[in-house]
Design a protein around this ligand. Structure first.
Ligand SMILES: [Fe+2]
Ligand SMILES: [Fe+2]
Length: 295
């Protein structure tokens, strides 16, 4: 089957994209979240609702939030984060409605094809060693720590098919500690690996219990560092798992003449990905096989 994966949109989606994906022949589309440019996801969600392809999405840290709340989360102000979380369940539900037939998941399990499950990981993840949006996660899912988050993901995996794809907003820990690693911290290299520990432990649990995690898709840590201007490695392979950071931001370049996404081809044996660039007439202008580093 062929799966289209779209990284952090951050406002960069228009009817040309919708028309392309409706005609591209994908069996499924996966969205790693961050629809909003900064804090308003609904205009993008309403445009995405015209897609006619089976699709799944995870909310990013810019989705269904308000700006004061996001700043409070970044600055770790417990009182303000609690205040900001008021109404977040309602905002997430509204986003899910706006997305039309796209399934907005989070701590959830789905079926991509016979024998191929999809695990949608912790919503609104922001990396590092902190459970961001804790007041919301506690209310919506009963999750109050990274350990509880890992346990919830493990429980979902335990009843999933052997073969799995994982969709997350931020990627797992363990793929490198440098700023240019797939989920390395670019804004403060001292912080090193900025991947999610709960997700890494859940993937390890999946392997230990006989699952094949075929691919893990995430974003959040944008490809180009805002601080140094350097580009990160965007893919890695460990054992049978292909890890891809899809967050090319902005995903539309050159006045709309270049539009980014990832194409995954997966069958019982193989799992290969390509970077695809399309233009504003819906033609593919570049496709480059992704050669992951073994980690
Ligand atoms: Fe993002
Ligand atoms: Fe993000």
């Amino acid at each position: 089957m062929q799966i289209g994966v779209i990284g952090d949109i951050h406002g960069a989606w228009d009817d040309i994209d919708t028309a392309f994906f409706n005609a591209a022949g994908y069996d499924a589309l996966l969205f790693v979240g961050d629809f909003a440019r900064i804090a308003h996801s609904r205009p993008v969600a309403r445009r995405l609702a015209s897609l006619q392809v089976p699709a799944w999405a995870i909310p990013g840290n810019h989705d269904a939030i308000n700006l004061a709340q996001l700043i409070a989360e970044i600055k770790n102000r417990p009182l303000a984060t609690r205040w900001g979380a008021l109404g977040m369940q309602r905002r997430v539900a509204r986003l899910a409605r706006d997305l039309g037939s796209i399934t907005l998941g989070g701590y959830s399990r789905h079926r991509l094809a016979p024998g191929l499950g999809l695990i949608i990981a912790r919503p609104h993840a922001m990396g590092g060693d902190r459970l961001y949006f804790r007041p919301y996660l506690k209310r919506a899912f009963g999750i109050a720590s990274l350990t509880e988050s890992r346990d919830r993901l493990c429980a979902l995996i335990d009843t999933a098919p052997r073969d799995l794809i994982v969709l997350a907003h931020n990627g797992p820990a363990g793929l490198g500690t440098t700023a240019d690693a797939p989920f390395g911290c670019d804004f403060d290299p001292e912080l090193g690996d900025f991947g999610d520990r709960d997700l890494a432990e859940a993937i390890a649990h999946a392997r230990a219990t006989g699952h094949r995690v075929r691919a893990v898709f995430a974003g959040h840590m944008h490809h180009q560092s805002k601080h140094s201007g350097e580009w990160r490695q965007t893919a890695a392979r460990r054992d049978e798992t292909l890890y891809i950071n899809a967050a090319r931001v902005p995903r539309i370049e050159a006045d709309g003449r270049r539009r980014h996404h990832i194409r995954l081809q997966i069958d019982a044996e193989q799992c290969r990905a390509e970077t695809i660039w399309t233009d504003n007439t819906g033609r593919i202008v570049e496709h480059t096989p992704i050669e992951p580093n073994n980690v």
